[in-house]
Design a protein around this ligand. Structure first.
Ligand code: SF4
Length: 98
């Protein structure tokens, strides 16, 4: 099992300030923050958690801003804008090579 060395604060409060939207409009508001910070990505439990978090993100009014925010900073952990840690790393590599 992969151990989480750093657990960020739940993204929800930060999102509210960041995107200047009412907390009620951010789709992860009221959701369990643990859903957005699964341990690892490959276990059946992690895959299920990721799937649930992504589904929530896809219904969020700030999904694109959230994804880009996480891509533009060293946000290594968690699901942001429907994108996992490994997906962000791959996207950063893709952008560097473009
Ligand atoms: S895109 Fe996902 S993580 Fe970002 S604010 Fe919306 S629900 Fe939360």
């Amino acid at each position: 099992m992969t151990e989480m060395l750093y657990k960020p604060e739940p993204a929800i409060d930060e999102h509210v300030d960041l995107y200047e939207v009412d907390k009620a409009r951010v789709a992860c508001s009221g959701e369990d923050p643990e859903l957005f910070f699964p341990i690892g990505e490959t276990t059946p439990t992690a895959r299920q958690t990721i799937s649930e978090a992504k589904a929530i993100c896809m219904g969020c009014v700030v999904v694109e801003k959230c994804r880009e925010y996480a891509l533009q900073r060293p946000e290594d952990y968690g699901i942001w804008g429907g994108m996992t840690e490994s997906e962000r790393k791959a996207e950063r590599r893709r952008r560097k090579s473009a």
